[in-house]
Design a protein around this ligand. Structure first.
Ligand SMILES: Cc1cc2nc3c(=O)[nH]c(=O)nc-3n(C[C@H](O)[C@H](O)[C@H](O)COP(=O)(O)OP(=O)(O)OC[C@H]3O[C@@H](n4cnc5c(N)ncnc54)[C@H](O)[C@@H]3O)c2cc1C
Length: 426
């Protein structure tokens, strides 16, 4: 065991040695994911070397900032994130002007991440813009040729920060970031004006949201545009069945406005999904049976907010209920929990560390308002929250449920715990 010597009047060499012992404790705390304790140890290390060894002072300040940033991100704790931001800013200042270019670039990148986290959490557009500026600054230091990994990492962060501006985090938003990081370009609010195929490929005229039309060449084009109801010429207009943009209006029991006429699936209102269509088929059949006098059926009303949506891409996306933004728009005061895939043992063992589980609760009642996931097998996991939401479970029901180990489902537990400041494995 190394003895920590704190006598005054030590030489700089002794102080540096002592600082490294504190930093070792800090590193151990990081491995145990005890970021608060790690930050304290790095702070002690800083005190030993401040004013004596500027290089080590910067190293330990970065360590303390990283520990606080992690603590702030996963606890979540805005004050810790703010402290991390202040430390990164001080490193940027003290290492500027070519004094310590590596520390300067790393601090800019990590500053960008911390600003982005706080910006998203507090819905603060200025912080989001500041994070973009920090990533852009970091990019000026990492050249593509000399530091390809760092460069790619910051590019990825920058892409994510740019896409986050003005967006509320949902699985779909994060998928956009993820596919961008895989090298795919996503153009939103853009329209295809024309497609022209020849032996070489397809020329596409694309109109962007600002009205500019640009021609681009691609190897293939896959067309998957929208959905149109197939309700014309089947006589419903003559019967007076009400429609909205061609889709038949129904109530939660699948009844139209005309007694004796029922409608289910894609001809009715969204979401246009197979499981919604087949579930409505059962509701309608049972409701009709009940009208015909069958007492053994007990049809229930469809609640569209309990219909899960899944996208089978890589990484997968799954959600049920309201996003954080929609919940706030609807007047809910919310508690939000988030747990990242890298904090889950099964995800690490599977080599699937991209993604997160996010849960949105009503702060007053504890009702689960929505769950959003991105990552491996989330289309299988979402059903846990769908059952909970359908059964109108509240936060304590999820918290008191035992989740098997090691499974990806443990992230669902952790996400709920995170919403209530009780996350464990972070
Ligand atoms: C490429 C693709 C991928 C999809 N992937 C998924 C997915 O992964 N998960 C998911 O949940 N959903 C998915 N969907 C959506 C899903 O397929 C639909 O929501 C679902 O099939 C709707 O069921 P439905 O019975 O209402 O309509 P349909 O399945 O379209 O059935 C309507 C039937 O009515 C027939 N019909 C139409 N007009 C008439 C008429 N005048 N007289 C008699 N018969 C008529 C049609 O031929 C058809 O057989 C996907 C859809 C597409 C196109």
């Amino acid at each position: 065991m190394r003895v920590v010597d704190q006598r005054p009047n030590q030489s700089t060499a002794d102080r540096v040695e002592l600082a490294s012992i504190y930093a070792d404790y800090g590193d151990t705390a990081v491995l145990a994911l005890d970021f608060r304790r790690a930050a304290e140890q790095y702070r002690k290390a800083i005190r030993q070397v401040e004013g004596r060894s500027p290089v080590w002072a910067i190293v330990y300040r970065m360590n303390e900032a990283d520990a606080l940033a992690n603590y702030g991100r996963y606890k979540p704790d805005d004050e810790a994130t703010k402290s991390a931001i202040a430390l990164y800013q001080s490193v940027v200042k003290d290492s500027a002007g070519g004094k310590n270019p590596v520390a300067w670039a790393s601090a800019q990148n990590n500053l960008g991440n911390a600003l982005q986290v706080l910006g998203e959490r507090t819905n603060n557009a200025q912080l989001a813009a500041d994070s973009v500026a920090a990533f852009e600054a970091a990019l000026t230091a990492w050249s593509h040729e000399r530091f390809p990994l760092e460069w790619a990492n910051v590019q990825n962060s920058l892409a994510s920060a740019l896409r986050n501006i003005g967006e509320n985090e949902s699985g779909a938003d994060n998928l956009t970031k993820s596919v961008a990081a895989q090298g795919m370009e996503v153009l939103t609010s853009a329209g295809v004006e024309s497609l022209k195929a020849d032996a070489k490929g397809v020329a596409a005229k694309i109109k962007s949201k600002d009205g500019k039309v640009e021609e681009r060449g691609y190897s293939h084009a896959i067309v998957a545009v929208g959905i149109a109801p197939n309700t014309e010429n089947i006589g419903i207009d003559k019967l007076g069945v009400k429609t909205t943009k061609g889709h038949i209006d129904t109530d939660p029991m699948c009844r139209t406005n005309v007694p004796g006429i029922w409608a289910i699936g894609d001809v009715t209102a969204p979401p246009w999904l197979a499981h919604k269509a087949s579930h409505e088929g059962i509701i309608a059949a049972e409701a009709i049976a009940q009208v015909l006098g069958n007492k053994d059926v007990h049809p229930h009303a469809m609640d569209v907010s309990n219909i899960p949506g899944c996208t089978y891409c890589r990484p997968q996306v799954a959600s049920v209920g309201l996003t954080e933004a929609k919940a706030k728009e609807a007047g809910h005061e919310v508690r939000v929990g988030r747990f990242p895939f890298p904090g889950n043992g099964k995800a690490i063992a599977m080599g699937e560390t991209e993604g997160f589980v996010k849960t949105v609760f009503d702060a007053k009642t504890g009702e689960l308002l929505g769950a959003h996931m991105i990552g491996a097998e989330v289309t299988e996991l979402i059903q846990g929250f769908t059952v909970g939401k359908t059964a109108e479970l509240v936060e304590t029901d999820f918290i008191n449920t035992v989740y098997p180990h090691p499974t990806l489902s443990e992230m669902m537990h952790e996400s709920v715990l995170a919403a209530y400041g009780r996350v464990i494995h972070i």
